[in-house]
Design a binder for this molecule. Structure first.
Ligand SMILES: [Zn+2]
Length: 110
């Protein structure tokens, strides 16, 4: 007997019948799927997603600003090679840093 599905379950993507349907926060679930997985889906509401994407954009913009601001400063280690002063110290610290760099290989956890 073919069931009369009206929509798909948000959690398991299987058909939902009118009798076996839990509608929550604009999403349709099986009652049991909602109990098991509902909390995973519920926090996602359009307003929140909008805010999150806006925050992400702001973050990117902030990073871009930071890169521009740090451009000539010593803060970012990748730009340190540019320094022309303290050549003596440079060679000294270089040997030191080489020693420091010999760190043990990362072990996989788990
Ligand atoms: Zn389901």
């Amino acid at each position: 007997m073919a069931e009369d599905y009206i929509t798909l379950c948000t959690a398991c993507s299987k058909g939902l019948t009118r009798e076996n349907l839990k509608y929550e926060n604009g999403l349709a679930f099986h009652p049991e799927c909602f109990e098991q997985n509902g909390s995973k889906f519920l926090p996602i509401d359009p307003d929140l997603t909008n805010k999150t994407s806006q925050l992400k954009i702001q973050l990117i913009q902030l990073k871009n600003l930071k890169i521009r601001n740090d451009g000539s400063s010593d803060k970012s280690p990748s730009l340190k090679k540019k320094s022309t002063r303290n050549t003596k110290e440079k060679t000294k610290s270089r040997s030191n840093s080489r020693k420091n760099k010999s760190r043990p290989k990362k072990r996989k956890t788990g």
